[in-house]
Ligand binder design. Structure first.
Ligand code: NAD
Ligand code: UFG
Length: 348
């Protein structure tokens, strides 16, 4: 019995492979490597001291998926595969609906054909749009998304809900991630964005390592304590653990459809300037910044009420903002060019 991990070579997927391996779960990775490389899998393999089964393929390629399902006895899928750049999704919406929504439809079709009825899906806090209050609970309104990426996540959530209605033996878990950051403590795997990072933590790391001159802080006039945007940053290792807890739950007799969507965050709001300070402390480097115009589509505050995940999955975050900064810095300073540079494991 195996789990299929779509998108397993990516940032969150690669960290989750370690947590799955530590929990004794067996898996096969399915990824088209459009935003990753096999180098991440090689490094995970070193960390877990085991070869990783990898099948290259696209979630939209039905025949390739059928081959993989025919080859392995797949009990459940963790579905990470998807495109995630918010700005790009505004410019190229069809690319996002095709990859994310169509890719999921093809995957679900093949799962149905092979009677695989369990899926854990990577959703996002973005489905809440601009929430009327914080902390955000799972029963807050969803769907008022502000970009095609967010809409694709909302659409997939609705598709999964409809399948569950049509087939009571189908089990889906939706994990709504808040802001994943950090890296594995080995410093050998982490987030490796292409080009100029869109997200805060990789941008700050690149300023600290000297690759970029300063951070542009998008807006200093929000209704928050210091005027900058507040988010719920979650360490990727804690997030990886949430997937193990989700698989434990979906494979237990405790699973209930009414309790199958979970916020995965720390519940703690952290401003952009809080993060800059924490990163400077962790790295011992200065992070120069300039406050500039707000970024279109950004909201003031977003943080989770994750008490349902604690109650039902037995999951809660354990790592602090300091841990997130220390681990991001270790990854960034050991790998200034990400996975494109080979890594000498003898040095760790
Ligand atoms: P990532 O880009 O690092 O990983 C995604 C992986 O999926 C990559 O390895 C990519 O090559 C693969 N992939 C993409 N399209 C594919 C396709 N059609 N077929 C096969 N493989 C494909 O991203 P990540 O940060 O690890 O995110 C994983 C999931 O979590 C995504 O679905 C993302 O939308 C979601 N998510 C991410 C964040 C975040 O801030 N990182 C927040 C909320 C939700
Ligand atoms: N920010 C800056 N400067 C930067 C980058 C970001 O000031 O160079 C600020 C933003 O304005 C925001 C905060 O830092 O206040 C966090 O921004 P990110 O881009 O890191 O994250 P977002 O909250 O905008 O979005 C992220 C993912 C989305 C996901 C969402 C919720 O990019 O895909 O979290 O999970 F949907």
């Amino acid at each position: 019995m195996k789990f299929l991990i779509t998108g397993g070579a990516g940032y969150i997927g690669s960290h989750t492979l370690i947590a799955l391996s530590e929990a004794g779960y067996d898996f096969v990775v399915y990824d088209n490597l459009c935003n990753s490389s096999q180098e991440s899998l090689k490094r995970v393999s070193k960390i877990i001291n085991k070869d990783i089964e990898f099948e290259e393929g696209d979630t939209r390629d039905k025949e390739r998926l059928q081959e993989v399902f025919a080859k392995y006895d797949i009990n459940a899928v963790i579905h990470f595969a998807g495109l995630k750049a918010v700005g790009e999704s505004v410019e190229q919406p069809l690319k996002y609906y095709d990859n994310n929504v169509n890719g999921t439809l093809v995957l679900l079709d093949v799962m149905q054909e092979f009677k695989c009825k369990k899926i854990v899906f990577s959703s996002s806090a973005t489905v809440y749009g601009d929430p009327s209050s914080t902390p955000i609970e799972e029963n807050f309104p969803v769907g008022a998304t502000t970009n095609p990426y967010g809409t694709s996540k909302y659409m997939i959530e609705r598709i999964l809900e409809d399948i569950v209605i049509s087939d009571s033996s189908f089990q889906a878990i939706i994990l709504r991630y808040f802001n994943p950051v950090g890296a594995h403590e080995s410093g050998t795997i982490g987030e490796d964005p292409n080009g100029i990072p869109n997200n805060l933590m990789p941008f700050i790391s690149q300023v600290a390592v000297g690759k970029r001159e300063f951070l542009s802080v998008f807006g200093g006039d929000y209704d928050t304590e210091d005027g900058t945007g507040v988010r719920d940053y979650i360490h990727v290792v804690d997030l990886a653990d949430a997937h193990v807890k989700a698989l434990n739950y979906i494979n237990s007799n405790k699973y209930e459809t009414k309790n199958s969507t979970f916020n995965i965050g720390t519940g703690i709001g952290c401003s952009v300037l809080d993060m800059v300070k924490a990163f400077e402390k962790a790295s011992g480097k200065k992070v120069p910044y300039k406050i500039v115009q707000r970024r279109a589509g950004d909201i003031a505050k977003c943080f989770a009420d994750s008490s349902l995940a604690k109650e039902v999955l037995g999951w809660s975050a354990s790592k602090t903002i300091e841990d997130m900064c220390i681990d991001s810095w270790r990854w960034q300073s050991n790998n200034p060019d990400g996975y494109s540079q080979s890594f000498n494991f003898k040095n760790i």
